[in-house]
Design a protein around this ligand. Sequence first.
Ligand code: SF4
Length: 174
Amino acid sequence: MNRAKKIVIVSHCILNQNCVVKPYAKNGEYFLEFVKSLLTQNIGIIQLPCPEMTLLGLKRWGHVKDQFEYPGFLEASKNMLYPILNMVQDYLKNGYEIKGVYGIAGSPSCGVNKTCRANWEGEASCYENLDDILNRVKLVKEKGIFMEIFEKLLEERNIVLKFYDIDDWSEQID
Ligand code: SF4
């Protein structure tokens, strides 16, 4: 059957590395096995919007989660996610299986099992040097802000989905 009625939801950059903050873009082959395994099983792919590209553009600096925890970012993220939520709700109502949401480990927005935090603000000149800036960054075991909001919005509609980082994918899709 061509319509397998199975779907995964992926962070935007899994299918489009052009949106990633410099210099972190990976060669597309990094995701090839994952994407190929989905397509060969007729599993559909919903691509989330990239919140950072949408709100800050391609010339953005790298950020940490703390910098996105303000009402404007939260509201804009919700507005990006509502159309996805509506799709999820309709697919589930019609008997489709959403196999999971796949994010990017360590991302301040799309991390699932880990994200990055730091007490950063203001101009780089506020800090002693680059090491002073970089040494403040900590990887923590929590979701990035975009995935956190997505999970909460799903909960509000009584929908529970499994979340994975792309690094976890082979356990779940094989
Ligand atoms: S915000 Fe999300 S989709 Fe955009 S580049 Fe970062 S991890 Fe990828």
